[in-house]
Ligand binder design. Sequence first.
Ligand code: GLA
Length: 553
Amino acid sequence: MRKLKFRRGVQVAGWLMVVSVLWGVTCSSASARKRLPNWKGEAGPAVIPLPPMGWSSWNSFSNTVDSKLIVQQAKALVTTGLRAWGYQYVNIDEGWWQGRRDEQSDIVVDAKQWPALRSNERAGDMANIVRYIHSLGLRAGIYTDVGKGGCSTWYPDLGPGWPGTGSEGHYDQDFQQFAQWGFDFVKVDWCGGFKEELNPVVPYTEIAQAIRKPEADTGHSLYYSICDWGQDHPWTWAPGIGGVPADIWRTSGDIAVPIVAHSTDSSRTIDFSKVLANFTNGLHPEAQHTGYYNDLDMLVIGMPGMSQERDRVHMSLWSISGAPLIIGADITQLNKATLAILMNRDAISVDQDPLGLQGVDLSRPESGLEVVAKRLAGRGRRAVVFLNETHSPAAMSVTWKALGLQPSASAEVWDVWSHREAGAYNSSYSVTVPPEDVVMVLIKGTEGSGTRYDSPSLTDRGNKATFAGVRSEGLHAVKVVYTNDSAGTSVAGLEVNGSFVTKVAFPSTGRHPEYVVIEVPFGLPASGNTLTFTDLSGKGIALRTVTVLAGRV
Ligand code: GLA
């Protein structure tokens, strides 16, 4: 039994501690009641973590990574202008260590690979490179594996395979070490876990907890990147795993085997069908919301085998998906045209949209044709990608009704790749898409009206809030108005008609309500659907209303 500050000014005793490996967080009893502040204004959007942007060493350097290389790439992020557009992570992938530990089991790195970069530094200390990355206004990422032998042990690409490159048996120690070195991001791979036939939910939850410990001690957080290649449906368990307020999870295998210039790998080329397949396999909009993102894999834009059209398709699909934008090419070799694709203002703004939703597959009018649409922050704003995978031009269209816009009102259309207004239209937009290419547009119309539901448990703080009789079918965007006046993000489980769907993060709001938007898969029970939110954080959330928004986006 312990006492926690439940909501501002309210002390709640009598907590029921339920520790669950699956959920990895603490649930509370529903004993607290308090009047909601009398708020007559309109709730604004909650500020949620956005998908990470940056660069990773793997696609173009395999396990040949070292300090010199990282310095060059970090500098290039700045000089190309990429940093200014938000590409801020410099992620050191596999190959940074060779599985050696000292008598305390602390990781030992090669002093030549990671030398001192300043006079007062010690060679063989990863803090050196982190300090350098930070000095450029960038953030630093590191890589490990769930299992004992990581990917460098089993699939080292440009070998040799080093035994013992995973973190199993050392989770607390290693993640504390990463935080102490100053890293801001950690990618946790699955090669060892896969070999050992582990149940991924268990170690990935333990790792989430190991990540949160140094965070609680030092205030320095590691962004959590789960990399089980979509093997075990991570979209069903990775959002908010272990109570983390933000994370990403890979939804499929690698697009590229690394292509390293001047090596035995150098003649490889990108198989573009894998870009398209990773996009399709990564569509799990019910899991992507409030700071949790499907990771479609690193970008292969600018790599051998790509073209202007392919780069444009790739950027359009990743940004409408709201996917992490982690460049995999050698940045020092990117030409102006490729950089312009990576720095397209509108594509980046769609990717980094503050609602943090994933685009949804709106229609597939014919084989090889696909319309993907994404709800954006601000009333009546949408993004649409028309993808034509066929070898002929294709006429494609989208209706305002499907987008949840007032069908009779005119909406303005902006073309993302030609950087021009495409005009104002009533009820729909049609366009001819060139072969093996995309058209991507932003639309500003009049927001359709949604249907609002109040919770009968409106003033019940803590455990559960239930919204019954919600008459919708299929996937719909739902706006959830809430208050969380604790200091940090609260995480709640969402059930629809008694089945668990996802965990939803509710960032701190202060006293006044804010909203998050989630995509909810509804069934069709005769009495309507029941949505139940269960507070898993023990901090308390007051849920006020849910509104099923118009349209299928
Ligand atoms: C796996 C991951 C890749 C990369 C390599 C490193 O294949 O999916 O992204 O990290 O391991 O070996």
